[in-house]
Design a protein around this ligand. Sequence first.
Ligand SMILES: [Cu+2]
Length: 133
Amino acid sequence: MRLRNTLFTLVALAGLTACGSTYGTGGGGIVGGGGGGGGPVGSVTVGSGIQFVSGHNGTMNPAVDTIPVGGTATWTWAGSLPHSVQSVGSPNFASSGTLTGSGTYAITFPVAGTYQYNCAVHGSLMTGTIVVR
Ligand SMILES: [Cu+2]
């Protein structure tokens, strides 16, 4: 009995690992925007000026959000300027191009670490950090 339960656990974990991968080399890792079912999340407003603004603590450039391992960060565009989200260094993640005015981008972070990002249009003028722990 005990062995059987252990096997079940291992199989379940293997399943999670296979499906739970987020940022990879390609576009995998983008979690569909909007919605947002349970669980803690990072929430960042993109714009309306040249800034990322944390929805948690109001920090900007860098906007600093701390989320738990496995948490999701969501960026929501506002304002009339074009912006994007792109990682600085690895792992690689990026919104699909530059958006203006509205739209969202979300990604799940399964591994603890400090992830810096900026905007492809505004570079070092517009930065943020996601701390995952
Ligand atoms: Cu920008």
